[in-house]
Write a protein that binds this ligand. Structure first.
Ligand SMILES: O=C(O)C(=O)C[C@H](O)[C@H](O)COP(=O)(O)O
Length: 210
């Protein structure tokens, strides 16, 4: 399945889990656990050395999963994510180089921004669905409401500091289509192979009303 634009990712559910894979062998059971809980869009951060292999393994073994690469920081990261078969990319911030590389290589990008100037820079490069990162630290709900004035046509995926309890407040804003968060995949649960707990966390997140 190919995703035409990143905004369509929001149609799969209210939360995109931000995943850090430390051990390659955890990748497939973790993806299976999230999908079993009703969460299909998975952002795997490029923060670890096995991340690219983890994405490939998830995409191959769990066809219901829509696997994307997070933490894209360079043009090389974009190329690597594309080669690993990722269906979308997410960057913590925005540069014209990342924006252009994703368009050139056909990788739908959810670029990160945290200021009005960065929103304008991303818009100028053709992006109007943006990750607000780190969402809570840069102003959270108040910032999103304020950005909704001048940027009424821009949609956001706030990520950074959001929890199961606070996600509904974010999702009630007209310019928030989906939230990102790492709370669905706590490191201690992954380390312990507690996939049932991750399925429960995924099911709770998938059930959030928006
Ligand atoms: O690694 C990346 O690419 C990031 O952009 C950072 C993550 O999106 C946030 O760290 C998730 O935030 P928490 O849900 O507060 O853990």
């Amino acid at each position: 399945m190919s995703i035409l634009n990143t905004l369509s990712l929001a149609s799969y559910g209210p939360v995109i889990p931000v995943i850090v894979i430390q051990r390659l062998e955890d990748a497939v059971p973790l993806a299976q656990a999230l999908v079993a809980g009703g969460v299909r869009v998975l952002e795997v951060t490029l923060r670890t050395s096995c991340a690219l292999q983890a994405m490939e393994a998830m995409a191959r073994a769990v066809p219901e999963a829509i696997v994307g690469a997070g933490t894209l920081r360079t043009v090389e990261d974009v190329r690597a994510a594309r080669n690993a078969g990722c269906q979308f990319g997410v960057s913590p911030g925005f540069t014209d180089a990342i924006g252009a590389a994703c368009i050139e290589q056909g990788l739908p990008l959810l670029p990160g921004v945290s200021t009005a100037s960065e929103v304008m820079q991303a818009n100028a490069a053709g992006y109007s669905f943006l990750k607000l990162f780190p969402a809570v630290a840069v102003g959270g709900i108040n910032l999103l409401k304020a950005l909704g004035g001048p940027f009424a046509d821009v949609a956001f995926c706030p990520t950074g500091g959001i929890t199961l309890e606070t996600a509904p407040q974010f999702l009630s804003l007209p310019n928030v289509k989906v939230c990102g968060g790492s709370w669905l995949t706590p490191q201690d649960a992954v380390d312990a192979g507690d996939w049932a707990r991750i399925t429960r966390l995924a099911a709770e997140a998938a059930a959030i009303k928006r």
